[in-house]
Design a protein around this ligand. Structure first.
Ligand SMILES: NC(=O)c1ccc[n+]([C@@H]2O[C@H](COP(=O)([O-])OP(=O)(O)OC[C@H]3O[C@@H](n4cnc5c(N)ncnc54)[C@H](OP(=O)(O)O)[C@@H]3O)[C@@H](O)[C@H]2O)c1
Length: 415
């Protein structure tokens, strides 16, 4: 049964993101995970920490202490006050058996993520497994489960649309700019060098844009971003004299009023009457309404993108229902696999024992008879014994798997 699997977790669903740190094993606590495993007598441990969650997945047969969560937390974070320990413990969940396996599948399929359908989690799970394995925390139960979990996530992503249709406003803005006809050889002028424009810049680099100019209130921040993007920086205060022109203007600053006035826009155009693409991701808008009204502009603005992102979110939520059905099927499939694996493990000694019987027959029990045979007859006898050996190994394993499967089906019927 899967009842040896358990999860202790703190997620974005149960606590504010900044509270996740109270359950985290920090980088400096190199021996904490082996120490936890030993202290609580867990056979295996898999630990995952992302910006959405902290998870301790462990394998242990037998009863689990009711006070396990505060006990684990006390060990991981001895500096927490009693009140803090109590609050965090109450926000954490302890899941057992099938519920634990289901939770892990849902996490991997990004059904439990802050950004629904974000596939990044699969890489995080793989990397966490490699780390845990290298630390000697995992064994056969985790290896089997994590491999199956990653396959499950891949199945969910390929058979549902949970990871389709972007939810990122920046990604949507970039796609809108491309749809408006801007191509990698065009001139990009960016106003602002904060997080959002840096993110936008990653898409520019990925798609091979090279002709990029960044203008920012503080020159140094603008220069840093321009360097990252292989472009140049210009002083924000000297922008009205900028003579480089542009095909797309990307505006995103924390200014609370329009910084792209009709006068500045006209100066930037340098007399160019061609249609320009203007992306304004600032809240409130940083491009004056008169610019959009009076110039030849295809305007991409944040509110429109947000409503598209919202539509995409509801699409993904609908796909989540399909994913849930698939996950239920995968839990049954994992139970079968797990049972088979237990049979294999229980029978692991059989090949050695059968081989020992064969060797004893030749070397002891029938040693004289065997020695009396001519070389050709000896070769034939050995061939027959090897054939028997292979078949004898397979018979009990097959029978045991059939018995286990029958037992499991009966249990399911009763349940
Ligand atoms: N972060 C997001 O996911 C996201 C998504 C969509 C939209 N937005 C919106 O995008 C805008 C910027 O967000 P962010 O996350 O990129 O901010 P950020 O990382 O804090 O960067 C702010 C940028 O605005 C510049 N700036 C601040 N005040 C200014 C002013 N009065 N005049 C000219 N420039 C000024 C800063 O220049 P210095 O370098 O000189 O400080 C910096 O380049 C906000 O309106 C935000 O609501 C954010």
């Amino acid at each position: 049964m899967l009842d040896g699997y358990h999860i202790i977790t703190l997620t974005h669903r149960d606590a504010p993101l900044q509270a996740l740190r109270y359950a985290v094993v920090e980088d400096g606590q190199a021996n904490m995970l082996p120490a936890l495993k030993q202290r609580f007598d867990w056979k295996e441990l898999f630990y995952l920490a992302t910006c959405n969650r902290v998870m301790y997945l462990f394998y242990q047969q037998g009863p689990i202490s009711e006070h396990l969560i505060p006990e684990v937390l006390r060990m991981v974070r001895p500096e927490l006050s009693d009140a803090q320990l109590q609050t965090t413990s109450a926000q954490m969940r302890l899941l057992h058996g099938t519920d634990a396996v289901q939770h892990l599948f849902e996490v991997a399929a990004s059904m439990d993520s802050l950004v629904l359908g974000e596939r990044e989690i699969v890489r995080q799970l793989r990397e966490a497994y490699d780390r845990n394995h290298a630390q000697g925390l995992t064994g056969d139960h985790m290896r089997l489960l994590l491999r199956f979990t990653i396959e499950t996530a891949k199945e969910v992503y390929s058979q549902t649309g949970i990871g389709e249709k972007s939810l990122s406003v920046v990604a949507l803005a970039f796609s809108a700019m491309l749809r408006a006809g801007v191509s990698p050889q065009d001139r990009i002028l960016m106003l602002g060098a904060g997080e959002t424009n840096t993110l936008f810049g990653r898409f520019l680099t990925k798609y091979g844009f090279k002709n990029i100019t960044v203008s920012n209130r503080s020159y140094e921040n603008g220069r840093v971003l321009a360097e990252k993007l292989g472009g140049k920086a210009v002083l924000f205060d000297a922008l009205s004299e900028y003579a480089g022109g542009f095909d797309a203007l990307i505006v995103c600053t924390a200014a609370t009023q329009a910084i792209v006035t009709p006068e500045l826009y006209a100066a930037l155009l340098q007399g160019d009457a061609g249609k320009k693409v203007v992306v304004d991701l600032s809240v409130p808008h940083n491009v004056a309404a008169q610019v959009v009204e009076n110039f030849n502009v295809e305007y991409v603005e944040i509110e429109g993108l947000r409503s598209v992102a919202e539509e995409h979110r509801s699409f993904r939520e609908q796909e989540c229902a399909k994913a849930a059905v698939l996950i239920q099927e995968r839990i049954y499939a994992y139970r079968d696999l797990w049972h088979e694996r237990q049979v294999e493990r229980a029978m692991a000694h059989i090949p050695d024992e059968v081989r020992a019987v064969k060797d004893r027959a030749i070397q002891e029990v029938f040693a004289k008879d065997f020695a009396a045979l001519d070389p050709q007859a000896q070769a034939t006898v050995l061939k027959m014994l090897e054939y028997m050996e292979k078949k004898c190994v397979a018979i009990p394993i097959k029978a045991a798997k059939a018995i286990a499967l029958r037992g499991k089906k009966q249990t399911e019927k009763v349940g």
